[in-house]
Design a protein around this ligand. Structure first.
Ligand code: GLA
Length: 383
């Protein structure tokens, strides 16, 4: 689906008149990867790819859903919400958490579809969850704040699809601001917008087209290893509440006390928390060259210490690094596939990207997709 009009027309064919229209964006993340659930900072921005919802109250006790892009539909009685499988869990998870919180909703018809590629690390699932909770809030006057919506969406993802994700994706989707990224403190949920200023460089996403699925266990495993590491440091110092108060030097000091993988994970997390703070300073000062160097360091950490990259992503970053006109590149999002994010000189972008893409195709026989980043406002009703 490519626009809200299509959502509206398809809704009308299925359910008739009277729908309200909402848009919920996907996100990019400039830096701060796998630290949202480790008490770090992240630098996400909502993008102009997302999900459109056409939705209206139906005065019954049934929720009807149509996933237009895959041409599938299902209905559920609101007093019989149970876990299923597939995309159904993303929407059912939201209904389940609303009920758990005694937030009363009635029946509704909802058709949704979008243009945010799935499994590309652009948070299509968070866009779906954030969009649904936002729309239901408006339909049933739940009076939730956008922060509460983000927390509900996160809890929904934990409960039904089962990925123990951090808060970044849903928060970014709900709080995006066109032309800006945000520095989000994932401990306090305090955030600050930074303008993405026009410079001679631009942000380009290259989709490896290796599709990742975060609920295949590896994501939760990383989270568990990180928690193991944190528990160790809390044993040493009970004032530690998150990795925010552990430095890479302290992690290194206790190398011999930690299991090898747990040490690697802790080292990456503490380094990435420091890097994101620095990155925000560079962004403020508009020093993209230094910012780009941190992107490469983050990639190395994600690949070698946190082990969430894959051969294809490493190859894309390696190819990017060989180009003089690329000043930063790294895998983005949960990993195991999806996109790299690249900072590329505008005046030479086309030839640089074409050279990376050609080389990748030759190597893997997979055609990557390229997206120029355009930021957008957060989840909103369309008028
Ligand atoms: C996924 C998760 C986020 C975050 C990123 C990695 O997108 O949903 O919470 O952990 O991976 O930074």
């Amino acid at each position: 689906m490519h626009n809200s009009q299509q959502a509206l027309e398809q809704y009308q064919q299925q359910f008739g008149e009277g729908a309200r229209l909402f848009f919920s964006p996907g996100r990019i993340n400039l830096l701060g990867e796998h630290v949202d659930y480790n008490g770090g900072f992240v630098l996400p921005a909502a993008i102009n790819k997302g999900i459109w919802f056409a939705i209206a109250v139906n005065n019954t006790n049934t929720a009807h859903f149509v996933a237009a892009d895959v041409n599938e539909s299902f209905s559920v009685e609101l007093d019989d919400i149970k876990k299923q499988s597939g995309w159904q869990n993303y929407v059912l998870g939201i209904l389940h958490i609303l009920q758990k919180k005694k937030l009363v909703i009635g029946g509704f018809n909802c058709l949704f579809g979008g243009n945010v590629p799935q499994g590309a690390g652009l948070s299509s699932s968070a866009a779906l969850e954030a969009g649904l909770v936002y729309a239901l809030d408006k339909l049933f006057d739940l009076a939730l704040t956008t922060q509460q919506m983000a927390l509900i969406a996160q809890e929904a993802e934990h409960s039904f699809p089962g990925t123990k994700c951090g808060i970044m994706d849903m928060f970014a989707s709900l709080h995006g601001k066109e032309g800006h990224c945000m520095l989000l403190d994932c401990n306090s949920l305090h955030y600050e917008y930074f303008p993405i200023v026009e410079t001679e460089y631009e942000l380009v996403l290259i989709n490896s087209n290796v599709h990742h699925s975060l609920n295949d266990g590896q994501y939760n495993k990383r989270r568990q290893e990180a928690m193991e590491g944190l528990s160790f440091f809390q044993m040493i110092n009970k004032n530690i509440t998150s990795f925010r108060s552990v430095s890479p030097e302290v992690v290194t000091q206790f190398k011999d006390n930690l299991e090898e993988k747990v040490f690697d994970r802790c080292l990456y997390i503490t380094q990435e928390i420091d890097r994101t703070k620095k990155a925000a300073e560079y962004l403020k000062a508009n020093d993209l060259l230094e910012f780009g160097k941190l992107m490469y360091k983050t990639h190395k950490g994600l690949s070698e210490l946190y082990e969430v990259s894959c051969g294809e992503l490493d190859y894309l970053v390696m190819e990017a690094k060989m180009q003089y006109d690329v000043i930063g590149s790294r895998m983005m999002g949960g990993g195991f596939g999806g996109c790299t994010i690249n900072l590329i000189a505008k005046n030479n972008r086309e030839s640089v990207v074409s050279s990376i893409v050609t080389s990748y195709q030759r190597m893997y026989n997979i055609e990557p997709e390229v997206y120029l980043v355009e930021t957008s406002n957060g989840t909103h009703e369309m008028v």
